[in-house]
Design a protein around this ligand. Structure first.
Ligand SMILES: [Zn+2]
Length: 276
């Protein structure tokens, strides 16, 4: 599943490429990709509209039009956008096509077809429906201060790893890969009760979470499975992963084998020696 850095990469890619582009026509090839709107209404309302801003809240993307209409998009497991010349063959699993005025097309492709798109009449309505207010602060937002983080951890005695994945509790936008990597960088075992984490450890974890997210946004997100950015380029953060996906391989610091366990149904990687 794309994590926050991947979605942010998609957002900035779209921002560079489609802001101020006018939609000549919309084609919906798979109606089920639309949520709460018919293909006919979706196409009619968006015909002739111009993109003016691309926003993101957690893993939701919002494509805002000059008229105030907002397309909400959740990529889910494998959704991605491609910007291609209209002359280029339409890739398999393309579900929605926005035909742009410059002979280019914005194509929404989704192999596993869990991605969803809907249309809101305004930014306010979009925000409400995406239940944005229920999310904890993102690692890159101003609200995510060290004081906030340290106190938030003290409220929970559940294991730290699954807690980091719960979007409404301590932090939002941190997915499985980044949670494992952050805990490795801060030397904390994923099973540790959150309220047992000391101030010094919390400080290391706070810095690690920010570093992992900021670094991966810089290089365009990881590319573990089918994620592709708007130019069809794969991100390359995967090359720098310390523990994620390295089950039984040697720890890069101490040579111990990387452990793999299931924690709250999620695959979890860590080093028994480096993480306490
Ligand atoms: Zn180690």
């Amino acid at each position: 599943m794309p994590e926050l850095p991947e979605v942010e990469t998609v957002r900035s890619g779209l921002e560079k490429r489609i802001v101020n582009c006018k939609i000549e026509e919309v084609k919906v090839l798979r109606e089920k990709t639309l949520s709460k709107i018919s293909a006919q209404e979706f196409c009619e309302k968006l015909k002739g509209q111009t993109f003016i801003a691309i926003k993101r809240r957690a893993k939701n993307l919002f494509l805002e039009m000059k008229s105030g209409l907002v397309i909400g998009v959740h990529l889910k497991m494998s959704g991605s956008f491609l910007i291609q010349p209209a002359s280029e063959e339409i890739p398999k699993h393309t579900h929605v096509i926005f035909i742009l005025e410059n002979k280019m097309e914005l194509r929404f492709k989704d192999l596993r077809a869990f991605g969803r798109m809907n249309l809101f009449s305004s930014w306010e309505e979009a925000g409400e429906q995406a239940s944005i207010t229920k999310l904890a602060p993102e690692p890159i937002s101003e609200n995510f201060s060290f004081d906030y983080f340290k106190e938030a951890l003290q409220k929970y005695k559940s294991p730290i790893k699954p807690l980091l994945l719960e979007q409404s509790k301590v932090v939002s936008g941190l997915g499985n890969i980044y949670a494992d990597e952050s805990l490795f960088l801060s030397g904390i075992q994923p099973t540790r009760p959150a309220n047992s984490i000391t101030k010094l450890e919390a400080e290391k974890l706070y810095k690690a979470i920010k570093k992992v997210i900021i670094d991966s946004i810089k290089v365009g997100g990881t590319s573990i499975r089918d994620y592709v950015d708007t130019d069809g380029q794969l991100g390359n953060y995967a090359l720098q992963l310390n523990v994620y996906g390295r089950k039984k391989q040697k720890c890069l610091i101490c040579d111990s084998p990387i452990q793999f366990i299931k924690l709250a149904q999620r695959g979890t990687h860590f080093c028994l020696n480096c993480q306490r």
